[in-house]
Ligand binder design. Structure first.
Ligand SMILES: Cc1ncc(COP(=O)(O)O)c(C=O)c1O
Length: 409
């Protein structure tokens, strides 16, 4: 069901002064097919991004993979400039990798832990990160300190501060967790980490692209994110940021001939920039696609994107409260574009399936993603509806009407 027709959009009307929603939707062909409220899963890609990927693949098709790489060297290299602009860092502090998980892992597993070293994290830490903590704790004898949330539902900054000891080796938090509206106070935690001289690793997988992210302001040493979510880039892309002086001190857990030079028979030297965390082979089409997605996001402006995402999400939360039997599960003082809820009688999986039949995309969150938080809050499965700036108020209306039908007794 083509949404532009179904929703009767006021074509040509610039509803928001900052984001031209009509243009954003025109440049997002998927908008004519679905109501996409699964931007925290993977956003609909805009035309300039798909075009960049297709053109690059075409170039490979016509000239050869290595030849395309040298023909397009400048375009490929622009990724570093764009990623640095996006995160407010230097180009030698970013690496292109295939996912947020790989970015995070490359940094985390390259750190050294000894028995008794402590890793501080939060209740909403992402499963893959927590599994890595558990594995590292088992292998090295390091200890995980999980900081509870405060009364607003976000990591308690006070509790975190008092948990730091001389044994604390790392503070690792998720900025926007997978399963709720929560935005953890990353910059407040950064100030504490800096003052205590503890390494600070931020999983910004779900915040980059929906709000401004500035590594200097957050004061993190390491940050990881993905391309496919709110940045609207291709799948299979991720970015690792590592502060320059730390890059020099952290030897990657894996090295190849791109990350290091085999200078003598028994010696290698590791390259000096963050690209030491990359591999020689990568998906160049996706790399230029991600670069284009960053350019595209910066063109709209992250402040404008954030303002619109927050407004749409808050409208959605308020409208959901009007649906009988629905409970909204979002926590934290600042809430983002991710809206989670469940129904007293109808299962979350069933709701998502039925909405999909009405051309509405949402996802569900379960304890597999954030076990500690879900267990603490007694939640099993919740529906996750995540909006982006190209979504439209009429889509929220259609969503609420559809949900009412799905959950009616
Ligand atoms: C908070 C968080 N971190 C990391 C990831 C993993 O991202 P990727 O699939 O790009 O590795 C996700 C994915 O949903 C996530 O929600």
């Amino acid at each position: 069901m083509p949404c532009e027709i179904m929703l009767n959009l006021p074509l040509g009307v610039d509803v928001y002064p900052q984001i031209d929603v009509v243009r954003a939707r025109r440049e997002t062909p998927g908008c004519t097919k679905v109501v996409h409220f699964n931007n925290a899963g993977a956003s609909l890609t805009p035309t300039p991004v798909s075009q960049a990927v297709h053109e690059y693949l075409r170039c490979e098709e016509l000239t050869g993979g290595y030849e395309a790489e040298s023909l397009r060297a400048e375009q490929i290299d622009r990724f570093y400039q764009n990623a640095a602009r996006l995160l407010n860092c230097q180009r030698d502090e970013v690496a292109f990798v295939e996912s947020a998980t790989r970015a995070w892992d490359m940094a985390f597993y390259s750190l050294q832990f000894a028995p008794g070293d402590r890793i501080i994290t939060g209740h909403s830490e992402y499963a893959s990160n927590y599994i890595a903590f558990l594995q590292t704790a088992r292998k090295t004898g390091a200890i995980i300190d999980v900081i509870p949330n405060d009364e607003r539902g976000q990591i308690s900054v006070e509790r975190l501060q008092s948990a730091i000891t001389e044994k604390t080796k790392l503070i690792a938090i998720t900025h926007v967790p997978t399963n709720g509206g929560l935005v953890n106070p990353a910059a407040e935690i950064g100030r504490i980490a800096k003052a205590a001289r503890v390494l600070y690793l931020v999983d910004a997988c779900q915040s980059v692209g929906q709000m401004p992210i500035d590594v200097e302001q957050i004061k993190c040493d390491i940050l990881s994110c993905t391309g496919r979510k709110f940045l609207r880039g291709p799948r299979g892309t991720g970015i690792l940021y590592m502060e320059r002086s730390l890059v020099q001190r952290v030897e990657p857990v894996f090295l190849d001939l791109h990350a290091a030079d085999w200078v003598e028979r028994d010696h290698y030297t590791v390259r000096s920039d963050a690209r030491r965390f990359e591999t020689w082979e990568c998906n160049y089409a996706n790399k230029v696609g991600l670069s284009q997605a960053i350019d595209y996001a910066l063109d709209w402006g992250l402040e404008s994107i954030w303002a619109r995402v927050s407004e749409l999400a808050s409208t959605l939360r308020n409208r959901l409260l009007e649906v009988p039997g629905i409970e909204v599960h979002d926590i934290g003082e600042t809430k983002c574009g991710i809206v989670t809820f469940s129904h007293s009688n109808v299962g979350s999986g069933h709701i998502a399936e039925e909405l999909s039949k009405l051309s509405i995309n949402v996802s569900t969150s379960t304890p597999f993603g954030t076990r500690i938080d879900m267990d603490e809050r007694g939640l099993s499965a919740i529906v996750r509806a995540s909006v982006h700036y190209y979504n439209f108020e009429d889509e929220i209306e259609y969503f609420i009407q559809s949900l009412q039908k799905v959950v009616q007794p």
